[in-house]
Design a protein around this ligand. Structure first.
Ligand SMILES: [Zn+2]
Length: 363
């Protein structure tokens, strides 16, 4: 029985020791827990974010300059170079279409809008200024001149290609009163080519008359003369001397009165329907006859009906023509192909307000 007692005693001793140890442990643990919980709320967030921020900052400061250094000198962060080459590469193909497409303006307009994206790039990084300066310098050299496209000047209600003498008078008065300067063809070309030897007028404009109707001599010339306005006549020599059309005497007088005379095809043909040889005849013979009759250069072409194809363009280049006018609507600019200059058709039926808004739209 003594063994049993001893056993019970030693067992209860062991249990007593264990409970004491446990009590000690338990009394220690809670105090440690409280401490960590409170500190965790307060300190832990700081520790985490601070280290993250440090990582981000160091990534920005170290990685970016490295990347820049690899790309090019010290200039600009990644954003800007990607913007600028796009603006330039858009401009270049648009500037030299040399095909019979009408897509000129849609390409050019984004170019001028590309000037605007510059400020955002300035705000997104601090190093910028260099590139935007280059950009604005380039685009500021754009030349854009309205070229009005008239035909017959007579009274023919309902015919949009014919404008009444009164309306023409009203429009010339408008141009005069609003400070427009109608140009000779050569002055127009000088401006378009960026020749700054003469001071450019504030509001240059070119007046063109197509086909060589006799009323251009009888009606238009006296009205323009009243204001001292020069103009350009695109004539089809194969139609001169016919009823309703100018004869060479009249054309000479118009030239003496400040009109430039240039070719519009021999017989006002649909050029794309002709063979290359036929086109060449229409283009070259018209020029030759004008030069023979008037003794002046006639190397600015105007497409009859505005129509042309690749052969037409090739022939014009081949025969040394300098420019060609279309009837594609818009201002003529130095960003258009020289053989695809745009004009503004003057609808004989429209009122002065429509005429004015045509001149005020920026193209
Ligand atoms: Zn015509």
């Amino acid at each position: 029985m003594s063994f049993r007692r001893k056993g019970i005693l030693s067992f209860s001793l062991v249990i007593g020791i264990i409970t004491i140890v446990l009590l000690l442990l338990v009394s220690c643990l809670p105090s440690a827990d409280y401490g960590t919980e409170e500190e965790a709320d307060a300190a832990a967030p700081y520790i985490i974010t601070a280290s993250d921020e440090h990582q981000e900052l160091s990534a920005l400061q170290v990685d970016k300059p490295l990347a820049e250094a690899e790309v090019e000198s010290v200039t600009v962060p990644v954003v800007v170079p990607s913007v600028v080459p796009e603006a330039v590469s858009n401009a270049v193909p648009g500037a030299e279409p040399e095909q019979d497409s009408n897509e000129g303006t849609t390409l050019f307009l984004p170019l001028s809008e590309d000037k605007n994206p510059v400020p955002p790039s300035v705000t997104t990084n601090t190093y910028v200024p260099v590139v935007p300066q280059k950009n604005t310098g380039k685009t500021s050299s754009k030349v854009s001149i309205p070229v009005l496209n008239y035909h017959s000047v007579a009274i023919d209600p309902g015919n949009i290609v014919v404008i009444s003498p009164d309306k023409l008078e009203e429009q010339m008065a408008y141009l005069h009163d609003h400070g427009y300067t109608p140009l000779s063809l050569e002055a127009f070309i000088r401006l378009l080519e960026g020749d700054t030897s003469e001071k450019a007028p504030e509001k240059p404009i070119l007046l063109t008359f197509d086909d060589g109707y006799i009323d251009n001599y009888e009606q238009a010339m006296p009205i323009l003369a009243k204001y001292g306005f020069p103009a350009t006549l695109f004539v089809s020599p194969g139609m001169t001397e016919q009823d309703g059309y100018l004869n060479w005497e009249q054309i000479k007088k118009m030239q003496a009165g400040g009109w430039d005379i240039q070719p519009h095809g021999m017989s006002h043909p649909h050029l794309p329907k002709l063979t290359a040889d036929e086109q060449a005849y229409e283009i070259v013979e018209a020029r030759k006859l004008i030069e023979e009759h008037l003794g002046t250069k006639a190397d600015i072409f105007c497409y009859p009906y505005g129509e042309r194809n690749k052969t037409t363009l090739k022939l014009l280049k081949q025969h040394g023509f300098r420019y060609a006018f279309t009837i594609d609507q818009g201002f003529a600019t130095n960003e258009q192909s020289p053989f695809l200059l745009k004009r503004l058709f003057v609808n004989g039926e429209e009122d002065l307000q429509a005429f004015e808004s045509k001149l005020l739209m920026r193209k």
